[in-house]
Write a protein that binds this ligand. Sequence first.
Ligand code: HEC
Ligand code: HEC
Length: 334
Amino acid sequence: MRLKSRYIVTGLLLLTLWAFSCRRDKKDPPVNGTSAYIQALPAYFPPYERSTVNPLTNEGVALGRMLYYDTLLSSGGPMAGRSCSSCHLQEKGFAMPGMAVLPHINLAWNRHFLWKGDVEGTMEDILRFEVDEFFASDMERLKSNPQYPALYKSAFGSGDITREKTAFALAQFMRTLVSVDSRYDKYLKNEIVLTDKEMRGYGIFFSEKGDCYHCHGSPLFSDNAYHNIGLVQKSANDMGRYRLTGNSSDVGKFKTPTLRNVALRNVYMHDGRFKTLKDVINHYDHGVQHGEYLDPLLDKPALGLTDTEIDELIAFLHTLTDSTFINNPQFSRP
Ligand code: HEC
Ligand code: HEC
């Protein structure tokens, strides 16, 4: 009897502690009066490495979103009058028609940035590059704005406006840009079934027949690596990553872009050479240039897909369009 009540007391104590710790999690801000940003991901997504130096907070994400859409971030030079959103359009999956823009989709999992991997590392690293080099942002413009000092203060505890904090806020916003609700995702979550045509395309994509999944595997549809896929060389730029490293093993290699929302883009590859998904599939089907630098995965005879199979593969690629993502009000112009 005494033993039993002891258990009950211990149980109650643990329960109270648990309840208290949960509440503490919610109440206790991660840094300087901020509140944690809660990000829910489907179970079939791998976790990504959370930043300890720049944890996601509602205030940081909100500031990053403001900056992303603001032309104040650009100074003079070629980017004058631009905002990030002027080339990275939400309705196009944060890419842009007519330009070989890499989309901002699920980059939280990414370690290699830009087509040639000019920047490798964390989201903070690429955003430092964007702020410092690509935009050469002028902090004075933000400092003299009536809104920003207060926003920096609520996000980072002090109203000092620095390049580092600017990059950090943008990095936080970019980590929230997750696409996890396409028709393909809904299929994985057992919410819908795909059509027979889409399923046949799925079969080609994920089997040796099309063999796309080795580099564009699910759920990210990018292997986070560089490959030479045997494109016809048209200019010195087509030497790809080799131009950065000088290693012959990097000749013609570019980063594998995600195929999520790929049907929203209308130019494909690092130079935008293909205008339709059919052009792209024709390349993989019978256009691959064989040579010593070609990726071993593509060093094989033509795929020989029929027109029907090509249509099915395209139908599958369309299931990766995520209308929740492109319409999410949390990602839109604030
Ligand atoms: C003038 C159009 C333009 C503007 C403005 C622009 N970008 Fe881009 N962005 C591109 C293009 C084109 C690429 C691919 C370039 C490359 O890889 O060499 C790219 C690539 C990126 C990438 C790499 C994505 C990946 O998958 O590796 C990031 C991150 C990025 N941009 C962030 C930004 C941010 C943040 C801003 C605002 C500060 C911005 N961009 C403004 C055109 C633009
Ligand atoms: C060996 C790895 C590899 C395989 C296999 C592969 N891809 Fe790719 N894919 C890439 C790389 C790398 C790029 C970017 C190449 C470039 O820009 O030069 C790319 C680009 C693409 C693009 C253009 C995306 C964009 O935004 O520009 C599409 C679409 C695509 N692949 C679809 C497929 C399909 C469909 C298959 C199967 C038939 C396939 N890929 C097989 C690595 C691969």
